[in-house]
Design a protein around this ligand. Structure first.
Ligand code: NAD
Ligand code: LMR
Length: 332
């Protein structure tokens, strides 16, 4: 059995963490051979709640879970971590856009970037879940200059899972029959869920999703808008933002980063743009990525229609605006 790795979850007393921690402790993310030490970070007023979470983690009686450290001190939480789930942040309420959270949340990611820089392993894999996730990931990376930029990612896997599930339901197949749906851009209502390169496995063979659905009007409007607004729809119904599905997506994102993707398949992750597909550099943009040996590469040379290009432009522009606003907040 391998030596334990340190894994930090921030916002550990919150609702996403409550679903995520079980997946980590049970081995569903880092595998059944990888013991983990959990570092649970939250703010001082939540320490009592966190004690309850610790009791429940102990009571799971899971052999892969070794040490559990609840703390309000970033320096302790980030000590020697190999993986970081940055979940802790304020969630939006009904009627808000995710970028409305910038002023409230961006400072958290500055402080945590600095703590990662000082205390984490230099190969730490960072997944930012707290909104606005893309811009928070960018800020976090800026404040951790000793860690490669490639190690900072933002979660758009929930959007990918939503899109895959919606396509599978429309065609009437199991969700795992649908592959290579892409989420481009921001985890916001400007994201572009794209099925131009997606396939579906049917008894008659593997088919392109667009020809199988054969309804461009539905694909270009109803489908796109449903995925863009799904988070808001969950908030309107639950009066709280998605948590179970968000935690599942966080586990999916990190597991694929750790273990890789299958040949010919890709997943979507918010990563620091290298200019691929004409996207501005230095924004965290969701691209399709293929992963091998714990390193991802942006999938290149996919054809982009004029319609798709116009969508990519809108979401790029929003990310540039968010970056400018985040920098203003941090200057104050
Ligand atoms: P929650 O309010 O239930 O929990 C958030 C926790 O973070 C709280 O316990 C809070 O005390 C803690 N926290 C606040 N500031 C902190 C800090 N500086 N350090 C450590 N912990 C801190 O919220 P939630 O439902 O778990 O959602 C968390 C975040 O994830 C929100 O920003 C939400 O919008 C976002 N989210 C993102 C996605 C995505 O797909 N990227 C999906 C769902 C939710
Ligand atoms: C989601 O997509 O469900 C989360 O980002 C929460 C939200 O604010 O929409």
């Amino acid at each position: 059995m391998a030596e334990p790795i340190n894994v930090v979850v921030t916002g550990a007393a919150g609702q996403i963490a409550y679903s995520l921690l079980y997946q980590l402790a049970a081995g569903s993310v880092f595998g059944p051979e990888q013991p983990i030490n959990l570092r649970l970070l939250d703010i001082p007023p939540m320490m009592k709640v966190l004690d309850g979470v610790v009791m429940e983690l102990q009571d799971l009686a899971l052999p892969l879970l070794r040490e559990i450290l609840p703390t309000a001190e970033p320096a302790k939480a980030f000590e020697n971590v190999a993986a970081a789930f940055l979940v802790g942040a304020m969630p939006r309420k009904e009627g808000m856009e995710r970028k409305d959270l910038l002023a409230a949340n961006v400072d958290i990611f500055k402080v945590q970037g600095e703590a990662l820089d000082k205390h984490a392993r230099k190969d730490v894999k960072v997944l930012v879940v707290g909104n606005p996730a893309n811009t928070n990931a960018l800020i976090c990376s800026h404040y951790a200059p000793s860690i490669p930029k490639e190690n900072f990612t933002a979660m758009t896997r929930l959007d990918q899972n939503r899109a895959q599930a919606a396509i599978a339901a429309r065609i009437g197949v199991q969700v795992d029959k649908v592959k290579n749906v892409i989420i481009w851009g921001n985890h916001s209502s400007t994201q572009y869920p794209d099925v131009a390169h997606a396939t579906v496995a049917l008894s008659s063979g593997v088919k392109p999703v667009p020809s199988e659905i054969n309804d461009d009007e539905w694909l270009n409007s109803t489908f796109v808008e449903t995925i863009q607004k799904r988070g808001a729809a969950v908030i309107a119904a639950r009066k709280m933002s998605s948590a179970m599905s968000a935690a599942k997506a966080a586990g999916d994102h990190m597991r694929d980063w750790w273990f890789g993707t299958k040949t010919g398949e890709w997943v979507s992750m918010g990563v620091v743009s290298d200019g691929s597909y004409g996207i501005p550099k230095d924004v965290v943009f969701s691209f399709p990525v293929a992963i091998k040996n714990k390193q991802y590469e942006i999938v290149q040379n996919l054809s982009i229609s004029n319609f798709a290009k116009s969508k990519l432009d809108v979401t790029s522009k929003e990310l540039e605006e968010e970056r400018a606003e985040a920098n203003n907040v941090l200057k104050k």
